[in-house]
Design a protein around this ligand. Sequence first.
Ligand SMILES: [Ca+2]
Ligand SMILES: [Ca+2]
Length: 312
Amino acid sequence: MRYLVLAIIFTTFTCSAQFDGPGGELGSKSVHKDATSIIAWASGGTLNRGYRQINDTAEGRVAVGTLESALGSFDGSVVSLGDGGSIILTFDSPIQNNEGYDFAVFENGFKVGFSYYLELAHVEVSENGIDYTRFPSECVVDSSFQTNNFSYTKPEELYNLAGKHQAPYGTLFDLEEIGLSEIKYIKLIDVVGSIIDSIGTRDSKGRIINEPFPSPFESGGFDLDAVAAVNGALLKKEERVLKHVRIYPSLAAVNETIHIEAPHNAVVQVSDIQGKIVSTNTTGELKLRKAGMYYVHVTFEGKSFTQKILIH
Ligand SMILES: [Ca+2]
Ligand SMILES: [Ca+2]
């Protein structure tokens, strides 16, 4: 019995959300394609396509898209990198380390119900185009079963990997984290998501990264839509605030208690899908009597954040 309890505690611990959630959710380190914080889009680069399947090179290389598909604004057209393929992007002006996040990578990951299909890439940056620094990534996805093209990945189990957030949200990166003040090159390298040691790739802590593999198609591997320079997308100050905001669960039954934790001077409003306010100044517990989609708006220090909740 004691062992069973320990096993349950351990399972709960290892399955808990570790990093920020899906694009658009409260506290998510992501930016919408139409955000005003986007100041520029990639304007040039070089593409180095990978194989459809790295351990069966007779299948040839992937073919979907061209370098141009990754340039300019997010538009739904992508270039596929293939297994271990890479792309380098350049901008008309260097990307500066401003306060908060500095650039965002948009992949074509998508949501299916409450799950996400995500393909990932390592992110490296360079000032001179020769020496690259990789963002320290983390992946705590269970690696005992191979993620394939029919399985899903939790964004909360990923950190500093492009593709973490579903389209049309870009995954944000902060140059502060790697101590660079300015960069001219962003390199994205497809994560070979195999859990086979000899071909798989690892995060910054040496853990194997488990993501869809194999994907021996024309569109195999990471599918890049766009890369943006951003300024003020999400400031550290806001992030600190968001650390103190928790709304859970985001999927609940009618009359089930939803917990809202927010700073005492935050304004919390809950609206239904038509925009009608159904609750104001709510911090604590909330119960909704009708099924449907609702929005919890948290306003704090002049900034607003919204999280969707679904009542069934
Ligand atoms: Ca920064
Ligand atoms: Ca991959």
